[in-house]
Design a protein around this ligand. Structure first.
Ligand SMILES: [Zn+2]
Length: 283
């Protein structure tokens, strides 16, 4: 296991070195390893010697017993990030990293029922309750290590929506789209992209319909939206590949699809960057 992981890290550094500056695994301190791309919406992984402390900006990161850590850069993360590391018994060292800016699509959708674009006053309380429930679920850190797994697609199909798009609904600019949409028929099995614990399971949220959230540990979470059926309950542990729900088009959905989104605490990160390219459709 140990050997395998070392080999994995080594090959990742070779990859990083060959891909140029943006991926450079420039170390903040000796013995601290980093992988990932410093760009908006990215998730980066690191490992520091046991007993180290690590901060992203002002935020102290939680390290696993083995020294692994993870952090995400928000869709709108500023142009520079700062990582601070304190090795055991040493003074802290700080390194600044430029964060590449991403260009996001602008997506216009016309002809939605007006009540879905501007919710009627009688549902505002319900929407607020939904938002509170999601915010509370996001604060949960189950302490699991699912975040270290190589993520897999929760469903495969045509990608019909991407992370970060600015949505203009019936001519009104709305919240950006934070998920990756996979166009799949209603009733398609949705699988856990990595292990974790179910932290929210609500069959009927106003905007997102059947909604499931899984905590992969250390702040990294997945949400699955517009589901037709939930097959797991809050508190339940799931393994990568477990069928957790059936897809649908509940809530504010314009067609059947799975909307998968990922967060690192409050930072919106791009789920698509966690998985290999979508497999080509079967002939
Ligand atoms: Zn979507």
């Amino acid at each position: 296991m140990r050997m395998l992981r070392r080999a994995m890290w080594a090959s990742m550094f070779l990859l990083a070195a060959s891909a140029g500056a943006a991926r450079a695994a420039q170390s903040v301190a000796p013995g601290v390893e980093l992988r990932g791309t410093w760009e908006q919406g990215a998730v980066l992984y690191g490992r520091a010697p046991v007993g180290s402390k690590v901060w992203l900006g002002e935020r102290e990161l939680k390290l696993t017993p083995g020294g692994d850590f993870v952090f995400g850069l928000d869709r709108d993360a500023p142009a520079e990030a700062e990582l601070k590391v304190q090795l055991p018994g040493q003074a802290p060292k700080t390194q600044r990293y430029p964060v590449a800016r991403r260009e996001y699509d602008i997506q216009r959708i016309e002809g939605l029922p007006p009540k879905m674009v501007t919710p009627p006053p009688e549902v505002l309380e319900r929407i607020k309750a939904d938002q509170r429930a999601v915010a509370a679920a996001r604060k949960i850190d189950s302490g699991g290590l699912g975040f270290l797994e190589s993520f897999v697609w929760p469903a495969t199909g045509r990608i019909s929506g991407v992370f970060g798009s600015q949505r203009i609904l019936n001519g009104e600019p709305k919240q950006p789209h934070y998920g990756v949409d996979v166009a799949v028929p209603i009733g398609t099995e949705v699988r856990a992209p990595a292990g974790g614990v179910v932290v929210l399971a609500n069959p009927d949220m106003y905007y997102t319909g059947g909604t499931l959230m899984i905590d992969h540990g250390y702040g990294l979470q997945s949400a699955f939206l517009h589901l037709s059926k939930l097959l797991v309950d809050v508190g339940q542990s799931v393994k990568q590949g477990d069928v957790i729900a059936l897809s649908g088009m509940t809530g504010r959905a314009t067609g059947p699809h799975l909307d998968w989104r990922t967060n690192w605490y409050d930072a919106r990160v791009d789920a698509q960057k966690l998985v290999p390219p979508m497999p080509a459709a079967a002939p």
